[in-house]
Design a protein around this ligand. Structure first.
Ligand code: B12
Ligand code: SF4
Length: 460
């Protein structure tokens, strides 16, 4: 079989406030693993080096594949166009979250194939089909773009048995790895212990895209990856890492047994913290120093409305427990479109009183796969994809738009420039320099929101 040159591309960062969060392109490293050494593969990370043209000239690929989230649709279409302009014989592919939801958005002459769902097993079959010029009809999730029409293959695959997923080829991102960082931690390596989520929050697309199925990687596999990853800091790339408590407990034991000394950050839910405090203490001892928690709201009524299956009391107690242990919390809150001045005030008071050190305020954003999106689809089609970054109010707000944004900007400013109690900063290991950069970050985040407001966008 002919050996092809395959270039896999991570698009540049779009939207705001994500500049300090660059995680290794796990999807591309996995895809590469499925076709190596049969074919030659390169990964181009455009978040770090803006060199599509140079790479095309230097590598002369036969195939170029792009991964794509919602806010990257326009940029990926543009990159595919540049690729075809360079050489129209290059076969272009796009896959990932957004093409899985809305393949029709990629129906352009610059794109040849769209991949929906997990690519672990389908990608090598697609490459074979391209080499052999054979039909894609029986390949799960593959869509061919043909004369302006989308020709669909078999139903997309959601991989449940993750033993079928190869280990990401991290050597392909060697030259970028020192740039992978996450909110002050870096360089950061990344891995997953699971895919999918058991919960059913109605604003979230994670469980929907995987049809509610959760898959778990074996403990051996995770330990193997931890040993492969050279970086001392690890980002667990998944919905949340304590879905299976027995597994999380056993993983902690294996980490100790294997003498792995790293520090970890992971997504968790507050009910896991409340119900398994001891496990968090155990994990803290082996390196868990930061968690991301979607608190979302601070009233039971709003939590119920989001189907979060959680209580505010849990959230409050979680903060106390984690701060007491010494684990930093990146706490995200949803700014609902019906927010009024008093809602902002109550939220600000809560964050300040609880001494949350890293709050994130996400504007409720309709995502494909969710009812808020479906109910407003005609209107949302007019909104640029680059604005789906959780920092733009895409639907109408109860407050006048400018005031709404100003309140978010004020929230960022005031909840980052506050002084924190000394005992807490000592527990969390914050140095004076870190405290200074926290304040600077708050000012920057606040200014970013003001800039969006000044753009005077009128969708509605
Ligand atoms: C890690 C992560 C990030 C990282 C970035 C990682 C990266 N490499 O870019 C950070 C934290 C920076 C981030 C930021 C954002 N993220 Co994010 N993120 C995730 C998370 C937690 C995991 C994604 C992941 O790596 N999965 C593991 C890989 C292996 O899976 P995968 O990407 O789906 O890839 C598989 C298939 O899709 C397919 N595939 C993927 N690409 C390709 C390409 C080809 C050619 C083929 C054939 C197949 C293929 O094969 C892969 C293997 O099976 C998910 C939530 C979740 N739990 O899934 C959200 C998620 C992907 N993010 C989301 C969003 C909205 C964002 C933001 C826009 C908003 C925000 N503020 O968070 C920003 C924008 C970033 C930007 N580039 O501008 C949404 C995407 C929704 C959508 N429809 O696109 C998700 C689903 C979360 C959600 N809220 O619903 N994110
Ligand atoms: S918001 Fe978190 S807990 Fe809720 S469904 Fe999404 S990933 Fe699961």
């Amino acid at each position: 079989m002919k050996k092809l040159k395959v270039l896999l591309v991570q698009p540049p960062i779009s939207g705001i406030t994500v500049k300090g969060r660059i995680i290794e392109p796990l999807a591309l490293e996995i895809l590469a693993a499925t076709i190596l050494p049969k074919h030659e593969v390169r990964i181009l990370d455009l978040r770090i080096e803006n060199k599509l043209k140079e790479t095309l000239e230097d590598f002369l690929p036969d195939i170029v594949g792009f991964t794509c989230y919602i806010c990257q649709v326009e940029i990926v279409r543009k990159l595919a166009k540049q690729t075809k302009e360079f050489n129209s014989n290059i076969v272009t592919l796009v896959g990932g979250e957004q093409p899985t939801h809305l393949p029709e958005e990629f129906n352009t002459p610059c794109i040849d194939y769209i991949s929906r769902g997990d690519g672990d097993r389908t990608f090598p079959r697609l490459i074979d089909a391209i080499v052999n010029n054979s039909t894609i009809e029986d390949i799960p999730g593959i869509v061919k773009v043909e004369n302006g029409q989308l020709v669909f293959g078999a139903e997309k695959e959601i991989l449940c048995d993750l033993s079928k997923s190869p280990i990401p080829v991290r050597d392909l991102t060697l030259k970028y790895r020192s740039f992978y960082k996450f909110l002050g931690w870096g360089p950061v390596g990344s891995l997953a212990t699971s895919r999918g989520c058991n919960y059913r929050c109605n604003f979230c697309s994670i469980w929907k895209i995987r049809k509610g199925v959760v898959g778990q990687f074996s403990l051996d596999r995770v330990i193997k990856e931890l040993k492969i990853i050279k970086e001392d800091s690890i980002y667990f790339c998944e919905a949340h890492s304590f879905q299976d408590i027995k597994y999380a407990d056993a993983l902690a034991d294996s980490i100790v047994l294997n003498h792995i000394n790293k520090r970890y950050m992971m997504y968790v839910r507050s009910n896991a913290v409340i119900n398994h405090k001891n496990l968090f203490e155990k994990w803290y001892k082996i390196g868990l120093k930061r968690v991301f928690i979607g608190f979302e709201a601070i009233t039971d009524e709003r939590l119920k409305g989001l189907n979060k299956a959680n209580k505010n009391d849990f959230n409050e107690r979680t903060i106390e427990i984690l701060h007491d242990i010494g684990i930093e919390i990146v706490a995200s809150f949803i700014i609902d479109l019906d927010f009024k001045k008093e809602d902002f005030e109550i939220l600000k008071k809560f964050v300040l009183e609880k001494n949350l050190t890293m709050p994130v305020y996400n504007i409720l954003t309709p995502l494909p796969g969710g009812s808020l999106y479906d109910d407003n689809i005609d209107f949302l089609k007019k909104v640029p994809y680059s604005h789906f970054d959780f920092n733009h109010a895409l639907l109408s707000t109860v407050m006048p738009k400018k005031e709404f944004y100003q309140n978010i900007a004020d929230l960022y400013f005031e909840t980052y420039t506050n002084d924190l109690p000394k005992d807490l900063t000592v527990k969390l290991g914050y140095t004076d320099e870190m405290l200074k950069s926290r304040k600077a970050m708050g000012k920057l985040l606040s200014r970013n929101i003001e800039l969006i407001s000044e753009e005077e966008i009128t969708y509605w």
